[in-house]
Design a protein around this ligand. Sequence first.
Ligand SMILES: NC(=O)c1ccc[n+]([C@@H]2O[C@H](COP(=O)([O-])OP(=O)(O)OC[C@H]3O[C@@H](n4cnc5c(N)ncnc54)[C@H](OP(=O)(O)O)[C@@H]3O)[C@@H](O)[C@H]2O)c1
Length: 334
Amino acid sequence: MTLAGTTYRKVIAARFSKNFRHAAEVVEAQLQPPAANEVIVRTRFAGVNATDVNISNGSYTPNAQPPIDLGGELIGEVVEVGEGVEDLKVGDFVVSTKLGGYAEYVTMRSRHATRVPEASAEILCLLASGVTAALGLKVTGEMKSGETVLVTAAAGGTGQFAVQLAKLAGNHVIGTTSTDDKAELLRKLGCDRIVNYKREDLGTVLKAEYPRGVDLVYESVGRKLFDACVDNLAIRGRLVIIGYITEYLSEPEIVSSERIYFKLLGKSASIRSMFLLHYIKQVPEIMTELVNLYETGNLYAAVDPTPFQGVDAVVDAVEYLHSGKSSGKVVVRF
Ligand SMILES: NC(=O)c1ccc[n+]([C@@H]2O[C@H](COP(=O)([O-])OP(=O)(O)OC[C@H]3O[C@@H](n4cnc5c(N)ncnc54)[C@H](OP(=O)(O)O)[C@@H]3O)[C@@H](O)[C@H]2O)c1
């Protein structure tokens, strides 16, 4: 039986705007039969990512014009396969970072879908959030053992995995957060030093307690936390820029100080960055490793408990993530 002609709902950016609510519209569409090598996936959960606002404002797709499909991460069930698809069958559970995940159904090339054992919110967490942490630390950050690793937004979607992977590799882990509840999650994840930056100044803590500096930083917040991390790198320290959420909804802050080489060369320190879309071919292999860690009880996936149901809840879910109140991964259930 074909699903062609089925009406479904999805979230699009009808116009580009930094304000996700202003950009987004829920529209109806009709499923077409899958083309050769395509599959149709019925979404079970969509992952909410800080960077959704960079998609809705057009900065990730500078050559595209609205309308564009929104949502960068989903988990669901294959419900129809096109000609030539051999690696997937109807009933398989898959994850995908294909753009357009805020939709009840998504049609995609089968190579954009990675098979997973179940379609749970926890497995979804391992995708953009978990894989980014693994790549950012291990590949870009050249993570070792016995080092001091600092993770900002440590109780967030991706930060939670950076903390755990750094601990699994045998490092001392510092995590920043802004609330006592999130600090409690970080304690459970094994964070060695939790810095609530609303109560303590990160730069002061690092200077007093880590005079040798920090070897590896997984940084996704930006502004003053970024500055404190740069100022406290150890000799041969590496800072990996994963994001800068404090500047996503505003104009860039213009800063004036000496050039960055004054802060780096004297320590042989470096600043690097990692953007998942440039490593997309490595996603299936790393995803498999993370699923194994999760299934053997070596990796915990914290899902924020606030319920968001269906396409109509997507805007609220994105705004909730940007309120800074969420803990663990924010997901929308379909
Ligand atoms: N490079 C990549 O490929 C890639 C992939 C995935 C994610 N990322 C980046 O990783 C970062 C985290 O993304 P996520 O989706 O996992 O989000 P998240 O960490 O679940 O949520 C954002 C967290 O950032 C902290 N935060 C600090 N200042 C904030 C502000 N002004 N507004 C909102 N939140 C603030 C809050 O945690 P505290 O209260 O604990 O500080 C908040 O809970 C983002 O910068 C994102 O762009 C990058």
